[in-house]
Design a protein around this ligand. Structure first.
Ligand code: GLU
Length: 309
């Protein structure tokens, strides 16, 4: 059984992504699990050169010393598996636009997600025919508003209502919630460690795993990295990718030390290697607060260090 890291090749990995990758590796290896890598490259319309971005992500993970088992899985090569899963499920076509869903009288969840209220399930044949003449449908799964709970090592038991979520988008691309579940089952992933922005998706995904005849994984949704303004860290926040940091003279050891410090696994100025982190790792003692990243901290530290040596 395995854990995994599953980046989307939309941009170079930044410190927040790398920290989640290190955590996923620590969770997996400290429990004797394998560790798999999956490139979530289904939604590449926005990224030219997704292949190059992904290849760089793979190199960056190796630079930090993270090792993976088995072949790297590329979602773009697994369309048949997603289609086969869809064929096993109770689904229906949905013609609603984003705007119609946003305007529907349903209360959004805390994270802004608006549960789908099943409008297209209740269409008459005539209404459906009119819509089908001008719009391409998405495919939704019938879940009938079931409640589903998952166990998360940080959040505890987490329950969510499973709405009729999209399995295949109206441009024909398999939806994230479908692909993740199909792949985790196929790859023997029974431990999912990822950013806590995805906690609210986990009841839907766990429910879908059971619908596909599988067992939901255990979860650990870990705090995200934020910038100084409290906004989720992004590439534009300064020197936050391995390439940026290398340009400042920070090698992989220093970056690993920075990540380890942020996790309470290393002292200031201490150099650490992954095996030491593994020996020190205790999921119960992980920081529960987001990690606030301020590039001027380590950039200055770097300049200071250079001027003393
Ligand atoms: N590809 C997603 C991301 O980069 C992660 C999906 C997951 O871990 O389930 O945010």
């Amino acid at each position: 059984m395995s854990g995994r890291f599953a980046p989307s090749p939309t941009a170079a990995l930044h410190l927040g992504n790398l920290r989640t990758a290190v955590l996923a590796w620590l969770f997996a290896r400290s429990t004797g699990r394998g560790f798999r890598l999956r490139i979530e490259d289904l939604d590449t319309r926005r990224v030219r050169a997704a292949g190059e971005v992904a290849a760089q992500q793979v190199r960056d993970l190796a630079t930090l010393g993270l090792d993976f088992d088995g072949e790297v899985v590329w979602q773009s090569a697994r369309l048949d598996a997603y289609a086969a899963a869809v064929a096993q499920l109770d689904t229906y076509e949905c013609y609603c636009t984003r705007k119609e869903i946003a305007d529907a009288p349903s209360a959004p969840h805390a994270d802004g997600y608006r549960p789908y209220t099943g409008v297209c399930l209740r269409l008459t044949a005539a209404q459906r025919a009119v819509l089908a003449s001008t719009r391409r449908p998405a495919l939704r799964v019938r879940a009938d508003g079931e409640r589903f709970s998952v166990t998360d090592s940080l959040a505890g038991e987490f329950t969510g209502v499973v709405d009729d979520f999209v399995l295949v988008r109206n441009d024909g691309v398999p939806a994230y919630n479908l692909a993740v579940v199909v792949d985790d089952l196929a790859m023997g992933v029974d431990q999912v460690v990822r950013g806590d922005d995805l906690l609210s998706s986990s009841p839907r995904q766990a429910w879908l795993a059971t619908r596909l005849g599988g067992v939901p994984p255990t979860y650990a949704h870990v705090p995200l990295a934020l910038n100084r303004d409290g906004v989720r860290l992004a590439k534009r926040d300064g020197a936050v990718t391995l390439a940026d940091l290398a340009a400042l003279g920070m090698d992989a050891d220093r970056i690993l030390a920075l990540l380890a410090r942020s996790l309470g696994l290393a002292a200031t100025g201490e150099t650490v290697q992954l095996p030491q982190l593994l020996a020190r790792f205790d999921p119960l003692r992980l920081p529960r607060e987001p990690w606030v990243v301020d590039p001027t901290d380590y950039a200055d530290a770097d300049v200071n260090r250079m001027s003393i040596t």
